[in-house]
Design a protein around this ligand. Sequence first.
Ligand code: BGC
Ligand code: CA
Length: 296
Amino acid sequence: MYAVRVAQPLKDSPRAVLGEGPIWDERRDILYWVDIMGGKIYSYDALKGKFDVLIKINDYVTCVALTSDPNFLLVTLKDRVALVDISKKVIARILAKIDEPESNRLNDCKVDAAGRLWFGSMDMNERSPSGSLYVLEPNGVVRKVLSGVTISNGIAWSLDNRYMYYIDSPTKKVMVFNYDINNGRLLSKVMDIDLSKYNGVPDGMTMDSQGYLWVAIYGDGRVLRIDAERGIVVDEVKVSVPYTTSCVFGGPAFSTLFITTARNFPRDVERDSDDGKLHFLNLDVGGYALYKYKLI
Ligand code: BGC
Ligand code: CA
């Protein structure tokens, strides 16, 4: 039976201009997420209920990912991938500089089961297909995998790693590819999951431990649970604000869905509400530990 559940804002959450890319680190019981426009990585200590700013820099901070060393995070900026030292709260090292048009910036990212970082770029005007999808291998080599992308967004894999799911937001689809986990290669396209009936665009996504995708619909204040094999929406979560950007499972049992939202970016008027806050919902289905970028 199709179920509609309702998420709540976390009362003391900071309000991001463009909150994005939540990740749960089970080694610290901490949630990290970014404010792309505010140049920040936020942290939320779920046990203490405490929010903090890990770093604030003068650049777009577009995505954050876990690494095999619990003291370091990976972060994508406007056109660079960097390592963040968590205890020193600084950018420790630039790992890669990406050759992109000036009017582009990087956007969402995700680590695969082999410890590679997948990340993409977008046209900041959200119109021209000048973006790409890239992979950063653990040995530091960057490969371009796809071009002709307008707003590179959600990335996820099936539990058995045989499929990769990928969103270019304006297409209003989740693309499903056969995936070669050994070589980190996208193989043939299997199908598109069409989400054009919603009043927004698919943005970030995560996978649950039963193999279902959870896709945030930006502009429509909801997260859809999708049976990725059959390509159908089976459940949804309503959020009280329209710009739902991404989600991840966290909490001690991975059974809390954390949802990031945007405040007034890019086309709304400023509102005094829960826009931009972190929202959450406790569920009976959960997630699992995110993969870590292999630092060698
Ligand atoms: C981007 C935003 C964009 C939104 C909807 C986000 O991932 O960072 O700039 O408006 O997706 O496509
Ligand atoms: Ca996004």
